[in-house]
Design a protein around this ligand. Structure first.
Ligand code: ADP
Length: 216
C-alpha cells in the first residue's frame, strides 16, 4: 500500500503564490520518510494534503492499495492516516491507557481487544509502567509517546507526524523519535521537521523548495 501525491498545487485564499507547485511524493507502508524545509516552505501543507485535510488546487493524491485491496476498491485518505502533532488533545484527567484505548476502539469495536491493543502500543513506546497515570502528570516527552501510541493504536497504515519533537529537548527528542520509528511496525511514517538530525533517522529525506519536493 502506498500514499501517492502527484504534481500537487496548493494556493491558500487571499494569497498570491502557490505554497506547493508541482510537488510529488510517495510513501510506502513500512517505510519512513522525512520532509525538511524552513518554516513556511509548505511542509505542513503537504502533510495536510496527504491526510486529506487540504484539497489541492491541482494534482492528485491517492491511496494505492496494491495487493492489499480488492480490485477497484478505493479508500479515503482520512481513513488511512493517523496524526502525531506537537500539541495533541490528550485528555488530561484520563490515564495514558484510556487515551490510547479511545483510538484502539476505532479499530477494534470490542473493548477488551482495544484495551489489549492499547497496552501493547504503550509498551512498545516504553510507557507500560505509566499506563495508569493520568496524562496530566506525564512529562512532555512521555505525553508525546502517548500520542504516538495512540496514532499507532488506530491501526491506520500511515502516520503523519508534524514536528513531533519540536518542543522537546535534545535527549527527549531522541527517545520520542526512536519510539515512533521503532514501534511503527508496518505503518508508513512521514515526519515533517526543520531539524536535520531528526530527518537523518528516517530512511529517506526530502526537502521542499519552491513548492516542490526534492531529494535532500
Ligand atoms: P511549514 O510547515 O513548512 O512551516 P506551512 O505549510 O505551514 O509551512 O505554510 C506554508 C505557507 O502557507 C506559509 O506562508 C503559511 O503562512 C501559509 N499558510 C498555511 N496555512 C494557511 C492558511 N490556512 N491560509 C493561508 N495561508 C496559509
Amino acid at each position: 500500500m502506498r500514499l501517492v501525491a502527484e504534481d500537487i498545487r496548493v494556493r491558500y485564499p487571499r494569497t498570491t503564490h502557490d505554497v506547493l507547485d508541482g510537488a510529488s511524493f510517495v510513501i510506502k507502508r513500512g517505510h519512513s520518510a522525512a520532509i525538511l524545509g524552513p518554516s513556511g516552505s509548505g511542509k505542513s501543507t503537504l502533510l495536510s494534503v496527504l491526510g486529506g485535510l487540504v484539497r489541492p488546487d491541482g494534482g492528485t493524491v491517492r491511496v494505492d492499495l496494491g495487493t492489499e485491496g480488492a480490485e477497484g476498491a478505493t479508500v479515503a485518505l482520512r481513513d488511512v492516516t493517523a496524526w502525531v502533532l506537537q500539541t495533541m488533545n490528550v485528555l488530561p484527567e484520563r490515564s495514558a491507557l484510556d487515551n490510547v484505548v479511545v483510538a484502539a476502539l476505532t479499530q477494534h469495536g470490542d473493548r477488551h481487544r482495544a484495551r489489549e491493543e492499547a497496552e501493547r502500543r504503550l509498551e512498545s513506546v516504553g510507557l507500560a509502567d505509566r499506563a495508569h497515570d493520568a496524562a496530566r502528570v506525564l512529562s512532555g516527552g512521555e505525553l508525546q509517546r502517548v500520542v504516538i501510541a495512540r496514532a499507532l493504536a488506530s491501526g491506520r497504515p500511515f502516520v503523519l507526524a508534524d514536528e513531533p519533537t519540536g518542543q522537546l529537548d535534545h535527549s527527549t527528542s531522541a527517545i520520542v523519535l526512536e519510539a515512533l520509528l521503532r514501534s511503527s511496525g508496518d505503518a508508513g511514517v512521514v515526519i515533517v521537521t526543520h531539524d536535520s538530525e531528526v530527518a537523518a533517522r528516517c530512511e529517506v529525506t526530502f526537502r521542499i523548495e519552491d513548492g516542490r519536493v526534492l531529494p535532500a
